[in-house]
Design a protein around this ligand. Structure first.
Ligand code: ATP
Ligand code: MG
Length: 353
């Protein structure tokens, strides 16, 4: 990908955006490499769309700078930034055919008619809609309209593609197939993508880098695996997947929980305030007794998830969540049963806040 000359890096430095006295984006710095797929993930109202608009040039930052390909564009207009954007509500022009919708950015750029026709056809091919160019948006399904919006953002060969919850309105199957298509597309054209989603699985699947937002600030940013395996705060651990989180007092190689349980923990520092253990790290049944940490718990609830089971466990008043794979040879435990639960010291995530 790195040999694609149109790929551009994005460097955000100490970006602040205030609306009146309200700070929507609070001192945000992110480096996005050329060709990277970077996802902004965070709860509603955490400043994701505002930051995308700042990159695109639809909003001016109150403070901080935006650099594209090492050039400060903080004061460069939207048109000149050469950025494609798929908005949260991917509004197509209802009175224009699909082909016209996709042609629109090229017409704005005064590209010759013949070239427009070719590029529209090529782009509709890329998103799998080459047969539907003469239809109107209302004659398309939600997923097809979404792909038209992507085509319209790609057709002028942007240096950077910004996508704000582009798959938000789709059902699970269509969403997954679009995620797959998007990933293929990204590999094929190698454009730098800044993507916004609420959906943590989508973020893990698509991204090179995930930036987790909380109330306008960055909670943590890293590669998906690192972020999932080593979240630094309860907020990130919980936002990116499920996590058993308990306040803990650290005493040497022991973590003491509120219910009196003492867990073995390796070389962790005394600054820890909480510990986290992912539900899928918990082992239930006889094998749990061989783990470095094990205890008995009562099964409060069992949920069938299709691909596995989720158990809500009560260990001396402390509630734990465990998930197991739906292997035909795993035992299924019943509500009310008392089981052994275990995990190794290495499965403990240290959380500093
Ligand atoms: N033009 C504006 N004037 C005043 N406040 C605004 C404006 N635009 C956004 N905000 C506020 O800034 C905060 C961040 O908004 P933003 O749209 O960036 O959130 P978001 O993370 O994209 O949320 P969502 O996931 O719901 O789309 C919100 O509290 C919002 O109300
Ligand atoms: Mg938004």
């Amino acid at each position: 990908m790195s040999n694609n000359p149109t790929m551009k890096s994005v460097e955000l430095t100490n970006i602040v955006k205030k609306f009146g006295s309200f700070t929507a984006v609070d001192d945000v710095s992110i480096n996005i490499k050329a060709g990277e797929f970077c996802t902004l993930l965070g709860p509603s109202g955490s400043g994701k769309t505002t930051l995308l608009k700042i990159i695109a040039g639809y909003e001016t930052p109150t403070d901080g700078s935006v650099k594209i390909d090492n050039r400060d564009v903080s004061h460069v207009s939207v048109e000149i930034r050469n950025i494609g954007m798929v908005f949260q509500n991917y509004a197509l022009f209802p009175h224009m055919t699909i082909a016209k919708n996709v042609a629109f950015p090229l017409e704005m750029r005064k590209i010759p008619k013949k070239e427009i026709k070719e590029r529209v056809q090529e782009t509709l091919d890329i998103v799998g809609l080459s047969e539907l160019g003469e239809r109107y948006p209302r004659e398309l399904s939600g997923g097809q309209q979404q792909r038209v919006a992507v085509a319209r953002a790609l057709v002028f060969e942007p240096d950077i593609l910004l996508m704000d919850e582009p798959l938000g309105a789709l059902d699970k199957n269509l969403r997954q197939s679009m995620q797959f298509e998007l990933k293929k597309l990204h590999r094929r054209i190698g454009v730098t993508i800044v993507y916004v989603t609420h959906d943590q699985e989508e973020a893990l699947y698509l991204s090179d880098q995930i930036v987790v937002f909380n109330e306008g600030s960055i909670a943590q940013k890293d590669a998906p695996e690192k972020l999932y395996n080593a979240p630094n705060s309860a907020f990130v651990a919980d936002f990116l997947g499920e996590c058993n989180i308990f306040p803990a007092k650290i005493d040497g190689n022991k973590a003491l929980l509120d219910n009196g349980m003492a867990l073995k923990i390796y070389g962790k520092n005394n600054f820890l305030q909480k510990i986290g253990i992912r539900p899928e790290r918990l082992i239930i049944g006889a094998a749990a007794k061989n783990c470095e940490n094990s205890f008995e718990a009562t099964i409060d609830e069992v949920f069938f998830l299709g691909q596995g089971f989720k158990y809500i466990l009560n260990a001396n008043g402390q509630i734990w969540t465990a998930v197991s794979q739906n292997n035909l040879n795993t035992e299924e435990y019943k509500k009310g049963e008392i089981v052994s639960v275990g995990f190794d010291a290495n499965d403990i995530i240290s959380l500093t806040k």
